[in-house]
Design a protein around this ligand. Structure first.
Ligand SMILES: [Zn+2]
Ligand SMILES: [Zn+2]
Length: 102
């Protein structure tokens, strides 16, 4: 009655929804991870090693002497160098730029 190919086709039919679900799940996980990284890079606060939240929008003094308003790790308008670190406003610990490794 049945040819040799039928059980394999049946198996494939059974497995296909799971393969699709797994692919969708993997894809959703990847999108969520990318979303987190994206939000982290653009978030307006950063935590020092002791856990104090520091705003990244404000008034910043560059090593070259320029003072500018805006994002803490934005390139300086004078020397074009982005800050590699800022100091925690609460405990003065050094906070590394989230972009320093890029
Ligand atoms: Zn500068
Ligand atoms: Zn701190």
């Amino acid at each position: 009655m049945f040819s040799k190919g039928v059980p394999r086709v049946l198996l494939l039919c059974l497995a296909a929804p799971w393969i699709v679900l797994w692919t969708v799940w993997r894809f959703a996980r990847g999108v969520r991870a990318r979303g987190r990284a994206f939000r982290g890079a653009l978030s307006s606060t950063i935590r020092c090693p002791a856990g104090h939240a520091n705003t990244l929008d404000g008034r910043w003094a560059c090593r070259c002497g320029a003072t500018f308003l805006g994002y803490a790790f934005a390139p300086c308008p004078l020397c074009k160098m982005p800050a590699g670190t800022i100091s925690c406003g609460t405990c003065s610990l050094t906070i590394l730029s989230p972009h320093a490794h890029l």
